[in-house]
Design a protein around this ligand. Structure first.
Ligand code: PHE
Length: 322
């Protein structure tokens, strides 16, 4: 009886066995209590002559030990490989910190979405702007009293930090032929002392439509549609006359807030014929309307925020709530 050959055979068998059932069959084949090969060999020992018997018992025991160990290892490996694929979904995961959109961005995205439905596109524009685009092309000549209300930061005589997003009416109309439907969200700057409702930099979102048949009633209908989409179907809107040099007639728009009463949310009006002329659009063929709203104000109304400054504070305690 050749125990080395036996061990060899076992190892060959083992390397061919993949499944758990196979391992059990292998155990029975070599170590089985009745018909196992080693069991049979052990059973022959007593019938050997004393000469033949020398050390055979020890050798057989060693072979059995070795086979048992190899089988155990194989069974453990097989079990491990199956357990790796079992997941406990009830175990708490590690909290992964991730960024999110700022409430002002969320509101701007909502406004875009509402106007996108009406066929509007949107684009960015420069915050450092020429006096020419920020004022003059918008029918606000030098020394015009309307400049006072804008409290402008001048970079030099001809360059300003834009005081409103209306500069984009000019820029867009210079580059695109009507019909036009566009939104211009972005930052604007005014020399204001910071307090709960004023900051020297804040957001505006401009809307502009220029077409052959644009009318004031369209504008009113669109703004009503917007307010209802944004604040809810029950929202009441009212407008009253105002003055902007670049719109005629001009209006201010208010929505009725359940707690705060009527709140102004934007200025608007029919684009002044001079503005159309300035950008080479014939005011006898085309008309336009425009509006400029304050997303910051809308954020405060929507989320019940009382102090504007928290929107610009970068406080995680605040931002984590959105
Ligand atoms: N530019 C105006 C403001 O800053 C808002 C406005 C935009 C008014 C477009 C009329 C038309 O208050």
């Amino acid at each position: 009886m050749n125990l080395d050959k036996l061990l060899n055979d076992f190892q060959k068998d083992l390397s061919k066995t993949k499944k758990s059932d196979g391992l059990e069959e292998l155990r029975i084949k070599y170590l089985g209590r009745k018909k196992g090969i080693l069991t049979k060999i052990t059973a022959t020992i007593p019938s050997l002559t004393a000469d033949e018997r020398g050390g055979v018992g020890t050798k057989v025991r060693k072979a059995r030990d070795r086979i048992e160990r190899l089988l155990e290892e194989a069974i453990r490996r097989d079990k491990d490989s199956r357990e790796e694929k079992i997941y406990d979904v009830t175990i708490f995961g590690n909290k992964v910190d991730h960024g999110r959109l700022h409430p002002i961005s969320l509101v701007i995205e909502d406004i875009k979405e509402i106007f996108h439905y009406l066929g509007f596109v949107w684009t960015d524009g420069p915050e450092v702007e020429s006096d020419f685009y920020n004022f003059q092309m918008l029918n606000i000549p030098p020394n015009h009293p309307a400049r006072d209300t804008q409290q402008t930061y001048y970079i030099d005589e001809n360059t300003v930090l834009r005081t409103h997003t209306s500069n984009m009416q000019i820029r867009f109309l210079k580059q695109h032929k009507p019909p036009i439907r566009a939104l211009f969200p972005g930052r604007v700057y005014r020399r204001d002392m910071p307090d709960a409702t004023h900051l020297p930099s804040f957001y505006q979102l401009e809307g502009l439509l220029v077409d052959k048949h644009a009318s004031m009633t369209d504008l009113l209908g669109v703004l009503d549609f917007f307010a209802k989409r944004f604040f809810g179907q029950q929202t009441k809107v009212r407008v009253y006359g105002h003055h902007f040099p670049y719109t005629e007639p001009s209006i201010e728009v208010e929505v009725l807030h359940p707690k705060k009463g009527w709140i102004e949310i934007m200025g608007a009006g029919m684009v002044h014929p001079n503005v159309l002329k300035n950008v080479g659009v014939d005011p006898r063929k085309y008309r336009g309307w425009a509006f400029g709203m304050g997303p910051d104000r809308l954020v405060m109304l929507r989320y019940g925020i009382e102090d504007l400054r928290i929107l610009y504070s970068s406080s995680n305690n605040f931002l984590d709530q959105f």
